[in-house]
Ligand binder design. Sequence first.
Ligand code: COA
Length: 261
Amino acid sequence: MMNYENILVTEANGIATICINRPTKLNALNKQTIKELNSAFKTVDENINIRVIVVTGYGEKAFVAGADIAEFANFSVEEGVQLAAQGHEVLFNFVENLNTPVIAAVNGFALGGGLELAMACHFRVASENAKMGLPETSLGVIPGYGGTQRLPQLVGKGRAMEMIMTAGMINAAEAREYGLVNHVVPQAELLDFCYGIASKIMRNSPAAIGQAIKAINANYKDSVDGFSTEIKAFGKCFGTEDFKEGTTAFLEKRKAEFVGK
Ligand code: COA
């Protein structure tokens, strides 16, 4: 395992937990943290033993309170463009397109880039104390890490418009009602709850799950035809060991033993 300054990575039972660890800055995403997250996601995604990734924030207060405002306060137009483009490439789109399922365990404030990171994950579970919002317009900018795209996809255009225009926060119960998070649980149970979902995911074919992620994501990409992506992904499954094992196990009335990623 690599040593990181701002994140902690632990692995157990096929699950990697990536914990953003900058509690004195409420886990705000500075350049270094984003770089480390890219490296950690890449490393655990390439590890054939890791079947699910859980992302959370250190401590009881924050998941991630946003991009590090101190770092971009003096940026020019060009630097602003660069910041957003780079972020998409190394973290937000990168996470969304991983083959390994990524669950966001939202354990407190998820604001700005923090909510954008949670939204780039494949789905979200929140603790009861979590608060979510995109406060960028209160700082004179707009969400730049995918927030204007992924928030309307998840909660609908009207709610996204209101959240972004008011720069306000919603609580965990509201986030569940909006469809922004799938479940809300007491904070002390958050990680175990996510690991419980992970263990259900791990019963299934990693190869098929990777193809499913690709096909579902295609629904939200203007430049690709989701149905044709699904057809190709469906076909690919027929060439995998997992497919042979899954169908054989069913016909032999036994539990499938999938080989891994
Ligand atoms: N970037 C940089 N530093 C941040 C930060 C961010 N996004 N969010 C919090 N911090 C820092 C604070 O500056 C403070 O640092 P300091 O102790 O060195 O002064 C520390 O984290 C603790 O935050 P603080 O504001 O004192 O905590 P709080 O409990 O009073 O308020 C929040 C919590 C989340 C409401 C408040 O921190 C906040 O509004 N943060 C910014 C959220 C935001 O606009 N994010 C979008 C960025 S694009």
